[in-house]
Ligand binder design. Sequence first.
Ligand SMILES: O=C(O)C1=C[C@@H](OP(=O)(O)O)[C@@H](O)[C@H](O)C1
Ligand SMILES: C=C(OP(=O)(O)O)C(=O)O
Length: 469
Amino acid sequence: MKSPSSAPETAVSAAVTVLPGGPVRGQIRPPGSKSLTNRALICAAMAEGVSELSGALRSEDTSVMIDSLRQCGVGIDVSEGGRSLRVEGRTGWNRDGARRDLYVANSGTTIRFLAAALSAAGGRYHLRGVQRMHERPISDLVDALSSVQKGTIECLSPGGCPPVEIDSRGWNANPIRVAGNVSSQYLSGLMMAAPIALADVAEAAESRPGQVQIDVVGELVSRPYVEMTAAVIRSFGGRIRIEDVGAEGTKSATTEGVSTRVIVDGDGYRGITYEIEPDASAASYFWAAAAITGGEVTVLGLTPQAMQGDVGFCQVMEQMGCRYESGPHGMTISGRAKRGIDVDMNQISDTVQTLAVVALFADGPTRVRGVAHNRFKETDRIGDLACELRKLGATVQEHDDGLTIVPPVGGVQPAVLATYHDHRMAMSLSLAGLVAEGVRVLDPSCTGKTYPEFFADLETLIGRPHRWG
Ligand SMILES: O=C(O)C1=C[C@@H](OP(=O)(O)O)[C@@H](O)[C@H](O)C1
Ligand SMILES: C=C(OP(=O)(O)O)C(=O)O
């Protein structure tokens, strides 16, 4: 067994068992938001001037973004253990015009945001990742880009998946139509790319649009991330507005089938000083630790006004019977989550796995709706999640858009749980061990995608070591 001090933060261990004990009580500040770090990096990289980002996340998803931008000629200095990033805007951008081979591991934000930004900036790029990345769809974004981009862009794997090959001379057309039912990251990528297409960075562009209009056709999932994108764009000096089509006065012949319209103008990004919030999806594991054990956990640095929709997980815990309080410094969950609930998680889909584990300890079934798009993430987060919950003794029904979880009669059973290279599978499933004996979680180092120090931080919060191996 490794003690907390001997376990390196990215320990490569075959398995981890979180040991049962009393109620979890304490305060914790998770690392910076992945979503905000990768958005700020894109805007800063394409800005005029220098940006200073503080509170950034250091993890695989942000490292592949930093490495890719550096390969394109962007100067990025990393300090304070990865928390501070100094980004020299577009001065060195793609000077030699060579084809860049960019590796993005399994980071959806990186490949979707970069594909759009690089298409707008112009140049030749090959974007590739791990095997699972080559199974995650990107064709809705690539189709949207190919309709506005001079040059070529194509998906190289069957089913419209990466690698993506780009040979672009910038954008010259309008409006862009994009589907939003598989991932909101396509729209976010286009939104962040639009100011780049409007600015001088597009040296290769044969002509530049004066304004960019992006129309989302049909359903848009994970909406809070789109608001977050707009907020980050505005912070970096971009001008953007989002209209819900269908609202009074917005319907016309040009809005047929369109649910959301985004209009971007202005002349690009400006370098700024920017502070990144702690990661709200990561915070969900600590709130859940309180909810499962009947303890009390305050997550510092987050408020209900945070830019991340996943702070909404606290309201879900409240629905299940916890007490939820917020103050200027943090958000607190206390008491046990006793009630099973029926909940639409479309807007906070990264917390479905966390909720599923809390649901194992409730006194009735929990039905999760609205997350069909969870099948396209690091793994199939409906089918594979159901499989692991059943190993713990739950009765689980899979639906097209989610799942129903009936808690195990007689309590959660000991089990060895697979994690499918999915950081959220490892972080959420391990929490079952806070109450139940013998919950062994395989490949814990997969948390490195967004939270390399997760198990070390959890040990600190619960005040006892995990069993490794
Ligand atoms: O834009 C973002 O930063 C994200 C959007 C969400 O993806 P989808 O829009 O695919 O649901 C979320 O799951 C992901 O972790 C981060
Ligand atoms: C879905 C996720 O990541 P991404 O799509 O950015 O790879 C996630 O972090 O849960």
